[in-house]
Design a protein around this ligand. Sequence first.
Ligand code: SF4
Ligand code: SF4
Length: 375
Amino acid sequence: MNAIPREPWREPPIGLLAELTHRCPLACPYCSNPLELTARERELSTEVWLRVLEEAAALGVLQLHLSGGEPTLRTDLEAIVARARALELYSNLITAGVGVSERRLEALAKAGLDHVQLSVQDVDPEGCDRIGGFKGSLARKVAFARAVRALGLPLTLNAVVHRHNLDRLERFVELALELEADRLEVAHVQYYGWALANRAALMPTRAQLDRSVEIVKAARERYGDRLLIDFVVPDYYATHPKPCASGWGRAVILVAPDGRVLPCHAAPTIPGLDFPSVKDRPLAWIWHESPAFQRFRGFEWMQEPCRSCPRREIDFGGCRCQAMQLLGDPEATDPACSLSPHHARIRALAEAEAASAPPPFRYRRLAEPAAAVPA
Ligand code: SF4
Ligand code: SF4
């Protein structure tokens, strides 16, 4: 492997993704959390999280994304939100919205919460329950979304789409309009963590993808003045890779429930990298100087075709974790790129999985064997 850059990185991160807990009432088979989840006893204390926010603000972070697992399972969430407000960090709550009372939501709003992002697993009640492994989930989510809007908080609906719910994409748009969401994020599953373990159960066909592109285009034309629609395509069918996490250690800093600091969710799947903890090191040192964050900054580590490609400053060679998990080499061109010599094989794999009967889901669960339910 190449040497890391010697100079500390100068730019600050824009966003801090605070993964407050891995606990969650849902069990989505595409969850981006790692297969080995952090137990409650190993979660950071309130005191450490409040210090992390201080350090993040001093580092130059502007946005705080409160995530998990389900962040509302932390009873100290109001204190964390209040500290974010005091530090002038824009706070965004990323939630499944199934166990949050109106009173709790009011308390969070009062503490200074700025924005809510609600996941909706499906617009069909049975489909929603089946993906999340939680009965009656859609009705609870709809009630939660109405309570968010009644408090005047901005709302984003997050729709993760795959072979089992793509045929209802138009209804996702209708639901977002009905709930007066400001934004709808239509994100095809990205295959990391639990999603990678469930790839064959989730992979859409090329025809489903093409149809989703048409639906999003039509919805943007029709409702563009009322609803902002973001769209993320599945890597395996892409022509160019996404600039994963806006580039390794460039825009986002993630603190995991146990305190490890990461450039993205999947980074620990790359062997040989030692990710420091906020318990041992200042956030500023970890961001600017730690070897793990320096590892894939700049362009010196790149192989061809990335090294001499004009798009290297746009997508940074794609995702290091995907190169690792599909090719066993974190320095390789992301095989989602059509210029990768491995791209055709990856595309063929996706097409073969999408054409086969879906295997049972492997549900994401904390500290218990994953259950198999027919997909
Ligand atoms: S993807 Fe599903 S299981 Fe994972 S944190 Fe979100 S709601 Fe919970
Ligand atoms: S060759 Fe590398 S830099 Fe060029 S488009 Fe593909 S992944 Fe991006």
